[in-house]
Design a protein. Structure first.
Ligand SMILES: *[C@@H]1O[C@H](CO)[C@@H](O)[C@H](O)[C@H]1NC(C)=O
Ligand SMILES: *[C@@H]1O[C@H](CO)[C@@H](O)[C@H](O)[C@H]1NC(C)=O
Ligand SMILES: [Zn+2]
Length: 445
């Protein structure tokens, strides 16, 4: 930018001096001085107050972002830390420590991908602790085999809550989008809890309400097995549908999730389940840990025709697709890197929009990791790569957390409205259950 003090030597002024005589030069000089001053002021106002319009190429020049993408990523993450949609630390605690929270020291290096020093190095501001337990090994076709999955889920919620409470200087249990923001503002890692599959509900919507009371804020409709509520996509292609998407109980479950303010998570679901849930949910939804099928063709990734259903236009639903780092979902064997994960982010952004993508690493739930994204300390490498590809700091702040917070706030608003309207809880009972009389009149008094 030119500055008024250079005006004397500006070629434009020189031409004027040569081309005119008498009162001309000083008058012309005055006009040009004024124009240059005005230009300077307008440019300053634009850059300072409307810097967003110019994007980040101006940011290093303004001194607001370092020019090195790695340093820029750290600066961006300082303001807009990572909120990861899916971290499997609780199941590692179950399998490696028999859920003995006393035996765990998150301040030292943990086996797996997650501990406090690495969370801090990776600029993590929050994550969903996945209170996951696996699908039952044997399950009758109508999902009526008694299992211990509700007990096991309660144990994983217990482990999550005890670990969060064990490090009050680091973690804060967060139950709302506002609580996530205030935890981050206080320098804490906002800790949310999610359940990874309808099989963890024991076919019961009442169990959902009690999980909500314990702090659960998303339920993945399925894991790798079908359940009484919905069909799963399985792990490998060829999963044969059971309901053809959602069951009627599944719709009642979504209605109750909307009423409570529990996010509907569509990772792991079949495409039919995802489409029907998008249409049926009154609240915005999430994919807590899923990537793009057009980039790598596996059933666990989201296809373009479903990405196109995300948004705010007629027939679309607000959502955030939080990209999974599992190498098996990211690329052909041996090819998963921070670059291929960035390809998934870019693709979802291209099809759905940059406001609809987030990060759901699946750390501690994946055996293998992409090159360059080995654990929670490495998120800045992904942010640096996207910055290099032209993402602005505002777009990156959406990716790292703001998009998820928007969706959470949207679901909270729907819940408030449904409750204010007096919407009653859902009391639907799984139709195949025989332990409860079908009608009250069947009860012998
Ligand atoms: C839990 O871990 C602590 C610390 O390692 C140990 O002292 C205690 O015996 C463990 N409890 C059980 C039941 O294993
Ligand atoms: C895997 O990576 C190698 C080396 O970068 C590349 O040549 C190859 O095309 C990649 N394979 C696929 C299927 O993308
Ligand atoms: Zn999963």
């Amino acid at each position: 930018m030119s500055t008024p003090t250079n005006g004397e030597r500006a070629p434009l002024l020189g031409d004027n001096e040569r081309g005119q005589s008498g009162a001309g030069p000083s008058k012309a000089r005055g006009v040009i001085w004024s124009l240059l001053t005005l230009l300077f002021l307008v440019a300053t106002v634009l850059l300072v107050f409307f810097g967003k319009v110019f994007g980040d190429p101006f940011a290093p020049w303004l001194g607001t972002l370092p020019s090195d993408p790695n340093l820029a990523a750290l600066a961006i993450l300082d303001k807009a830390p990572i909120i990861d949609g899916h971290i499997d630390l609780p199941i590692l605690v179950r399998s490696a420590f028999r859920n003995n929270v006393t035996a765990i020291d998150l301040k030292t290096k943990m086996p797996g991908h997650v501990d406090i020093p690495r969370l801090r190095k990776g600029k993590v501001g929050g994550f969903f602790w996945s209170a996951y337990v696996s699908c039952p090994a044997f399950e009758s076709k109508d999902f009526l085999s008694a299992t211990w999955r509700v007990r096991d889920t309660l144990e994983q919620i217990d482990v999550s809550r005890l670990l969060i409470a064990k490090y009050p200087d680091t973690f804060t249990l967060a139950l709302t989008s506002d609580e996530v923001k205030s935890a981050i503002a206080a320098g804490k890692i906002a800790s949310l809890i999610g359940i990874e599959g309808g099989h963890q509900l024991g076919n019961s919507i009442a169990v959902l309400r009690q999980y909500f009371a314990l702090g659960v804020r998303y339920v993945t409709l399925t894991h790798t097995c079908h359940n009484a509520f919905a069909d799963s996509c399985g792990l490998l292609p060829g999963m044969i549908p059971y309901h053809g998407g959602l069951s009627s109980l599944g719709k009642a479950l979504i209605a109750e999730m909307n009423r409570l303010g529990v996010l509907v998570d569509l990772s792991h679901t079949s495409d039919a389940t995802a489409r029907q849930a998008l249409a049926y949910s009154k609240a915005p939804v999430i994919w807590s840990h899923s990537s793009a099928r057009a980039v790598h063709d596996v059933p666990r990734n989201v296809p373009d025709d479903i990405l196109q259903l995300i948004g705010t236009a007629e027939g679309q639903t607000d959502a955030v697709v939080m990209v999974n780092f599992a190498p098996f979902f990211v690329a052909v064997p041996g090819n998963a890197t921070v670059l291929s994960v960035a390809d998934h982010v870019d693709h979802i952004a291209e099809v759905a929009g940059k406001e609809y993508v987030g990060i759901g690493s699946d750390f501690d739930g994946i055996g293998d990791v992409p090159v360059g994204l080995e654990d929670v300390s490495k998120y800045p490498a992904l942010i640096a790569e996207l910055y290099r590809r032209g993402w602005t700091k505002y777009e990156l702040a959406g990716l790292t957390g703001a998009n998820l917070l928007r969706v959470m706030a949207g679901a909270e608003k729907v819940a408030q409205e449904l409750q204010a309207a007096g919407t009653p809880p859902k009391f639907d009972i799984y139709e195949k259950r025989k332990d409860i009389p079908r009608r009250g009149s069947d009860v012998e008094l």
